[in-house]
Design a protein around this ligand. Structure first.
Ligand code: FES
Ligand code: MG
Length: 582
């Protein structure tokens, strides 16, 4: 983990942003110093030093971040050693497992909290700690809106699951064995064993789900210690990485290397290349577009589709790959090893928090296992894992993780079976009277950004149990929802505009023929325009669900999936005054 040499120039105290709080000759400064004595610090422990805010998403309810309470001590150790002054801020925790209806509803809330804490307190640089799905984009969106020198500490994947001699992937194998239980293949006793074996240590999901995808994106964007994103959460190397993040944050302040200089268009293109080459989560599409927006970079669905056609999937990690988990990926070389296989597809001359160029950062990186991180001539898939679809059912786009679908479904026409909402779908999906066959196209609406609300991960609609018993394990499914990064199947997601605002998904009726053609990148409702116009005239918007509170703000402000689901007032350009310097 060699980094940059110590900065030649150390910032003088009066050059620090925190000087406005601590160092000026006025009543306020006096009061801030007096209150820091109250916190138990001597003047020489903090005055004139870079203040590094450590934003920690630790919580007792978040198994993916439960180790971060202790890990923050390692970050502080690094900050002290480098001559900085660490201050830890507990921030909202977004636990993918527990938070309902979905933590996606709260991603922008954590982004707001991150932004406002960094701006309103005496902070010169920041270390952000998180990794469970939405935490990574939330923290980076908020930090990007402020632009201070910032380092991200990924929470790290949990250890591989074990059960009955099998190695289990969290999430992915839960869906698989739940289907087996519904098909009557395993009983309650075995399920109890699975319950203890599926997730066996702190850390985020150890498949290439949303968490691993987004922390890898953070690493290639250049905001982590090199090699950080795949270090298992409970590995001693994770503690060393956290300490290094602390020292790096202080060095960045001295160099005045800001997040704004790192989160460039080139960096986001490399992040897209990376998540596609990893066979990563479809959620990355929404999050990277939102993160880029905060950095003033306009990233679009077309960027994803264009780049997807140039990058092969090389990471053989479940669920996109067939076999391995994040610990295998780590010991096979981790992200630096992966990037060493695709240098021609990257922008190597851009800076990171640790090096003057990405080229320097990945120099010497190697792959130690060609089955885990495949060579270019033996990829897991020839093209990136996500395809962007267009057509009269999704004028503003939709996505499908086609590498995680049964190939026979990638060109498919079938009759729609429409569910107006998730609860109705749950209640009725197994009803034989619906006449669902393996060729049917399951459609779920009112599960988008406003309609969900928060675009819950409902997109992998369950297969009816009578079909499961016949051995059917995949069907074409279409929704304006998202899907867990650990899920799989021929699921068309993020249909935009969503049905709740009157997108064409609102007009589909049971029995309508729908055609999915992934090679042609199209999704079509085979109903003529006049009939659709007639249905549109009859359509009435669904009732308002949140009359007050955060949900009302969310519904009012949320943008559609193709533009990243940020709040309109957070994503628009414009100045926000700094509390001291305006
Ligand atoms: Fe936290 Fe999967 S539940 S990353
Ligand atoms: Mg998830």
């Amino acid at each position: 983990m060699a980094g940059m040499s110590a900065p030649a120039h150390r910032r003088r105290p009066e050059e620090l942003r925190s000087h406005q709080w601590y160092g000026t000759d006025g009543l306020r400064s006096f009061s801030h110093r007096a209150r820091t004595r109250q916190l138990g610090y001597l003047p020489e422990e903090h005055l004139g030093k870079p203040v590094v805010a450590i934003l920690n998403t630790w919580s007792d309810i978040n198994p993916c971040h439960v180790h971060l309470r202790g890990r923050a001590q390692a970050v502080k150790r690094g900050v002290w050693q480098a001559g900085g002054f660490p201050l830890e801020f507990p921030v909202a925790t977004l636990s993918e497992t527990f938070q309902k209806p979905t933590p996606m509803l709260y991603r922008n809330m954590l982004a707001m909290e991150t932004e406002e804490l960094l701006r309103s307190y005496p902070v010169d640089g920041a270390v952000l700690m998180g990794g469970c799905d939405k935490s990574t984009p939330a923290l980076l969106m908020g930090a990007a809106s402020v632009g201070l020198p910032t380092v991200f500490v990924p929470a790290g994947p949990m250890l591989p699951g074990h059960w009955r001699g099998e190695v289990l992937g969290s999430g992915t194998d839960m869906w698989k064995y739940w289907d087996d239980r519904r098909a009557g293949l395993i009983g309650d006793c075995e399920m109890a064993g699975l319950e203890s074996g599926l997730a066996r240590s702190p850390g985020h999901c150890m498949t290439m789900g949303t968490a691993s995808t987004l922390t890898a994106a953070a690493e290639v964007l250049g905001v982590t210690v090199p090699g950080a994103s795949s270090i298992p959460a409970v590995d001693s190397g994770h503690e060393r990485m956290a300490a290094k993040a602390g020292t790096t944050a202080v060095e960045l302040v001295h160099r005045d290397r800001r997040l704004s200089g790192i989160l460039t268009r080139e960096a986001f293109e490399d992040a897209v290349t990376t998540v596609l080459g990893l066979g990563g989560s479809t959620n990355a599409v929404i999050h990277l577009i939102a993160m880029a927006g905060r950095a003033g970079v306009r990233l679009t669905l077309d960027d994803f589709d264009r780049i997807a056609r140039t990058v092969p999937v090389l990471a053989n990690v479940r669920p996109g790959g067939r076999k391995y988990l994040m610990e295998d990926f780590h010991f096979a070389g981790g992200l630096p090893g992966f990037l060493s296989r695709i240098p021609d597809l990257l922008h190597l001359d851009r800076p990171t928090v640790a090096h003057d160029t990405l080229r320097e950062q990945i120099a010497g990186a190697r792959v130690h296992d060609d089955d885990v991180i495949r060579p270019r001539d033996n990829p897991v898939a020839a093209e990136g894992g996500v395809a962007v679809l267009r057509g009269n059912l999704c004028p503003d786009g939709a996505v499908i993780k086609h590498i995680a679908a049964e190939p026979r479904l990638l060109r498919h026409t079938g009759p729609a079976v429409v569910f107006d909402d998730y609860r109705t779908m749950q209640r009725t999906i197994d009803d034989p009277a619906l006449g669902i066959t393996a060729d049917s196209v399951l459609v779920l609406r009112n599960a988008g950004p406003k309609g969900g609300p928060g675009m819950p991960e409902y997109g992998m609609l369950p297969i009816p149990d009578h079909l499961l018993r016949q051995g059917v394990r995949d069907m074409v499914r279409i929704s304006d929802a998202r899907m867990s990064g650990t899920s799989y199947g021929a699921c068309v997601l993020h249909v935009a505009p969503e049905s709740y605002v009157g997108g064409p998904l609102a007009l589909v009726r049971t029995g309508d023929p729908v055609t999915l053609d992934v090679p042609a990148r199209t999704l079509r409702l085979d109903v003529d325009d006049e009939e659709l116009a007639r249905r549109r005239a009859e359509w009435t918007p669904p009732p308002v669900r949140y009359e007050r509170g955060y949900g009302a703000l969310y519904t009012d402000q949320i943008t559609q999936a193709d533009t990243g689901c940020d709040f309109e007032f957070l994503s628009r350009p414009g100045n926000v005054p700094d509390p001291y310097t305006g």
